[in-house]
Design a binder for this molecule. Structure first.
Ligand SMILES: [Zn+2]
Length: 156
């Protein structure tokens, strides 16, 4: 079965090569739906009995590894020379330099990699991350699954 936990944060970015508005400095209220799969815990009397995972466990990991890293920060492509220079000269600003154009698709893949392997299968139910659905606006989202990550890694 699958469960979903949602987290939200505010972040700036720009898509340097974009033909239109996205090349400008701007920000979004991002929302990620973190989907985790596994069998239900079937051990009588434990706190997680009848669950895939405690929602609180997903929230804790996602808060530490995604929300707190990105919230009120600016995501910068390492080839965006103007912004890399700006943030290095203004290091009190919160920023994260990444080796990809910060599109929804790439950010979804980055989140997948941040969380994958950090969801511990402590009841041996095959618990693992299934997908990340990243909403960049209320009407636009990208979905990244394990298959997508494997393809992206082959390209590197
Ligand atoms: Zn944008």
């Amino acid at each position: 079965m699958k469960v979903i936990k949602e987290i939200q944060w505010d972040m700036g970015h720009r898509v340097t090569n974009h033909h239109s508005q996205c090349r400008n400095l701007h920000g979004h209220r991002y929302k990620a739906e973190i989907c985790v799969e596994g069998d239900l815990v079937n051990i009588e009397g434990v706190s997680n009995e009848g669950m895939v995972i405690d929602f609180g466990d997903i929230k804790k990991i996602a808060t530490e590894r995604v929300h707190n890293v990105l919230d009120h920060g600016f995501m910068v492509w390492n080839k965006d020379e103007v912004l890399v220079k700006f943030f290095k000269e203004n290091a009190e600003q919160k920023y994260i330099i990444v080796p990809f154009v910060p599109t929804s698709e790439n950010i979804a893949a980055w989140i997948f990699k941040q969380l994958d392997g950090h969801i511990k299968d402590k009841y041996k139910t095959g618990l693992r991350l299934y997908s990340i659905k990243l909403w960049e606006t209320p009407t636009s989202a990208a979905i990244c699954t394990r298959k997508d990550i494997e393809k992206l890694e082959k390209r590197l």
